[in-house]
Write a protein that binds this ligand. Structure first.
Ligand SMILES: Cc1ncc(COP(=O)(O)O)c(C=O)c1O
Length: 381
């Protein structure tokens, strides 16, 4: 038997009390019992989104909500600006193209973040663009983007800001109403600590006006239908009922910890992880490392970088993420959000040290773990 440790940026591990809820018998979704749960979930989501607006709950993965946002906000031929800092930014461009929009893409080199003058230039060059679509945390490169500044720039240019916060919401501070984020999207299998299958999103009044005017076809993912159903504390269609019930429990856990403490925990785990890999002589891949996930450059001593995640998983049971597409074999990614604590970090770093040693990279065992513990200890004093 090999014990496994899930250290990926989604799905993330599930707390024991959430697993207990998931094993309960199914209930019906048009009943007073479900509505009561739904109301509590709505209130909990509003506090994590930091919004007074309705939070829609869709039964789909995060990409479903991204697709739904495009279908609900725009007309065929609309121009929009997409920020492509990696695979998920590229996805915005591809969805926009699939729906017949005219995306103007700001392509950022992998591992770099958005420079605001570049955004301002794009806005000036395309004043007719309706929206700016971007990631708060670009998971593929482990890069955090300047959400507040992007939203301010969008507001000044009368464009909508559409933020994929799938690995950001509930990880670090993203106050929707205070920062004027027009559309904020997240997914269940990330900071919300439940299995994949739900996507949650909220819209500002300006975004709702766009929804009313949009002419792209939509049926299952029609936000107007979802908003109407919300008045009865229901979803338009049969939701993933068990996941909504599980979300009630995970939101309770987040409330119990306190949102600011959740952010602080993620921040110190991220710093401990970065300190550990740097102490091992490895290089962070991103110039603006995300609080959610740390991307690390494969060292030159290891010819086949794909062997790092493979060995960590197959030999040591630590499941991490490798690089995707052109970054495959060039980086690996350690996640530190959701149901994640100090010893998930030291476990992951231990497995990394053993893996590096096994693959012939010179390691003094304990160096990375020691650096992580140093950060964790300082903040526990
Ligand atoms: C930033 C970001 N956007 C979008 C997605 C896609 O979400 P899903 O795989 O749930 O469709 C992911 C998944 O990891 C992500 O990290």
């Amino acid at each position: 038997m090999m014990k496994t440790y899930l250290l990926t940026p989604g799905p993330t591990p599930i707390p024991e009390s959430v697993n207990a809820v998931l094993s309960q018998p199914i209930i019906h979704h048009r009943t007073p019992g479900f509505r009561k749960i739904f109301q509590e979930v709505e209130a909990g989501l509003k506090s994590i989104f930091q919004t007074e607006k309705d939070v829609l709950i869709l039964t789909c993965s995060g990409t479903g909500a991204m697709t739904a946002a495009v279908a609900n906000l725009f007309n065929p031929g609309d121009q929009i600006i997409t920020i492509n800092a990696g695979k998920f930014g590229e996805r915005w461009t591809q969805i926009a193209q699939a729906y017949g929009l005219r995306p103007v893409e700001i392509k950022i080199e992998n591992g770099k973040t958005l420079a605001l003058p570049v955004l301002k230039q794009a806005i000036q060059a395309h004043p007719g663009a309706k929206a700016i679509l971007f990631q708060a945390s670009e998971t593929s490169t482990g890069t955090q983007l300047p959400t507040q500044e992007i939203c301010t720039a969008a507001r000044q240019a009368s464009m909508l800001s559409v933020c994929d916060a799938i690995t950001a919401l509930g990880v670090f501070d993203l106050p929707m109403d205070r920062w004027d984020i027009d559309v904020l999207i997240t997914g269940s299998q990330k900071a919300f600590m439940i299995p994949p299958g739900l996507a949650m999103l909220a819209l500002s009044d300006r975004a709702w006006e766009a929804v009313e005017k949009a002419t792209l076809p939509r049926y299952y993912f029609d936000f107007r239908k979802e908003r109407k159903a919300l008045l009865k504390s229901e979803t338009a269609w049969t939701p993933a009922i068990s996941l909504v019930v599980a979300l009630q429990e995970s939101l309770r856990l987040m409330r119990e910890e306190g949102l600011q403490n959740v952010f602080k925990r993620h921040d110190r785990l991220a710093r401990a992880t970065r300190a550990a890999v740097q102490a091992l002589g490895l290089e962070l891949f991103s110039e603006a490392p995300s609080t959610a996930v740390t991307a690390v450059r494969v060292p030159g001593t290891i010819a086949d970088g794909k062997l790092i995640p493979k060995t960590m998983r197959d030999t040591f049971g630590a499941v991490i993420a490798g690089g995707q597409d052109e970054l495959e074999g060039k980086i690996f990614r350690l996640s530190h959000f959701g149901y994640c604590g100090d010893f998930d970090i030291t476990t992951g770093i231990s497995a990394l040290e053993l893996t590096l040693g096994k693959l012939g990279h010179p390691v003094r065992f304990g160096t990375g773990v020691g650096a992580a513990l140093q950060i964790l200890a300082e903040e526990n004093r």
